[in-house]
Design a protein around this ligand. Structure first.
Ligand SMILES: *[C@@H]1O[C@H](CO)[C@@H](O)[C@H](O)[C@H]1NC(C)=O
Ligand SMILES: *[C@@H]1O[C@H](CO)[C@@H](O)[C@H](O)[C@H]1NC(C)=O
Length: 402
């Protein structure tokens, strides 16, 4: 079970020494929450009042520290999930690094670590984020600054400084890791478990996005009272595009790790060598019963914990008991009943509840499929965890009656 962490105060008052923008009254409604028209868009973000701080978990290639998410951007969405983009051709600056070196050197330093382009071109990435999204934030319009001391690009420094400040209040890696959700090449996680942790801290759901089954992006939504540069941010539930992850079998891969296969968005399952022609007994599809060994294709066998073992030794004796449907059966070993757990891993242990398995005449099946998976083929005396959801290596299991 996940430890439920105390809900943080949802309203984040972020004070900062900002450039000379207009001072806003403190009694204005939060953006997207007004019941009448608010005229002064220098103190009220509109139409882009739903502000998103978005984060990446890049592993292919990896960017940023191995123990931190990185910034994607600060985006003004309209209150219905649509958004404007590229709002000012005259402010598509191509010297973001120079602007920040001059006006916000600490912000720049943080960005050089935590706001990384996966192709290594941070400046272009920052220009893109500012030009596409930053120019659409109403309170960052040059006219919102006191003419007397406004210098062109002051608002660029404010945009990046606020984005970095907000990012620091959202330490995703630490939140997940405190709840046991850590990068792993073998473990998988459920969407519900990840959401529960993020919601406990953010106070509201975050949008959790995957590339295939790999966790790679989060969107945190806020409404703002006052300006983006110096107002109060309040966490809110997402509107618009939702999570794109599967509900189970989510992989949160470590950064800077060479995996047995590439981790790009293409399907990368390595089919282990085609079944060797060792004799795989065949039989009548349906429920198995009695005692037997569970052997693995391409090699090895299952041991009593429900793990895959490839070194020499004696396979565990499994007992198959048909269910009343006569189509499926339960398995147990000396350790206890065999169950597919909520992270899709197979385990046999005391106290577990038997899952239902099938037999297609050649291989054991789960949920109608005969393909099982492991993060890698175990070597030496290693015991490989077997999964029902996709992993780098696929395998089949067959029954050798005793
Ligand atoms: C909230 O204020 C914005 C900006 O003035 C306006 O466009 C919008 O119609 C207002 N919403 C309501 C419900 O009055
Ligand atoms: C960045 O570019 C803008 C527009 O060309 C210019 O006004 C500004 O002086 C430049 N800033 C720096 C620090 O180079």
């Amino acid at each position: 079970m996940l430890r439920r962490v105390a809900l943080v105060e949802a309203t984040l008052a972020i004070s900062s020494a900002m450039a000379a923008s207009v001072t806003c009254p403190s009694n204005l409604p939060f953006s997207c929450s007004n019941t009448t028209t608010v005229e002064d868009l220098c103190c009220f973000n509109a139409p882009g009042g739903d502000i998103l701080l978005t984060q990446f978990w890049d592993t292919d290639p990896s960017t940023g520290p191995a123990d931190s998410w990185t910034v994607h951007g600060l985006w003004p969405d309209n209150c219905d999930g649509t958004y404007e983009q590229y709002c000012d051709q005259n402010r598509q600056y191509t010297n973001i690094s120079a602007i920040l070196a001059d006006k916000a050197p600490c912000t720049l330093k943080t960005m050089q670590t935590y706001w990384k382009d996966y192709q290594g071109d941070d400046e272009s990435f920052w220009e893109h984020e500012w030009g596409k999204h930053g120019t659409c934030i109403s309170t960052l319009e040059p006219s919102c600054y006191a003419a007397a001391d406004y210098q062109p690009t002051d608002e660029v420094a404010d945009y990046f400084t606020r984005a970095v400040g907000l990012f620091k209040t959202l330490p995703t890696y630490d939140w997940l890791s405190a709840a046991g959700i850590v990068p792993s090449t073998s473990q998988t996680y459920t969407l519900a478990a990840i959401q529960e942790v993020l919601t406990a801290h953010h106070g509201h759901n975050a949008v959790i996005r995957c590339s295939g089954n790999q966790l790679n992006e989060l969107w945190y939504h806020f409404h703002v009272q006052g300006s983006v540069q110096s107002g109060t941010f309040q966490a809110v539930d997402p509107v618009g595009s939702g999570s794109t992850c599967p509900s189970t079998g989510i992989r949160y891969l470590p950064k800077y790790t060479t995996l047995p296969t590439t981790t790009s968005t293409t399907t990368t399952t390595t089919k282990t060598s085609t079944p060797t022609s060792t004799s795989v007994p065949t039989g009548t599809p349906g429920a198995l019963s009695g005692k037997g060994y569970v052997k693995v294709q391409p090699d090895g066998f299952m041991i009593s914990t429900g793990n895959w073992y490839r070194a020499s030794g004696t396979p565990a004796t499994f007992t198959a008991t048909p269910n009343s449907d006569d189509e499926t059966f339960m398995l147990k070993t000396s350790k206890g009943p065999c169950q597919v757990l909520s992270d899709d891993s197979l385990s046999c242990a005391a106290g577990l509840t038997e899952s239902s398995f099938g037999y297609d005449g050649t291989y054991l099946t789960y949920d109608g499929t005969a393909t099982f998976y492991a993060a890698s083929a175990p070597s030496g005396q290693d015991k490989g965890v077997v999964y029902t959801s996709e992993q780098a290596v696929s395998l089949q299991m067959y029954w050798q009656p005793l």
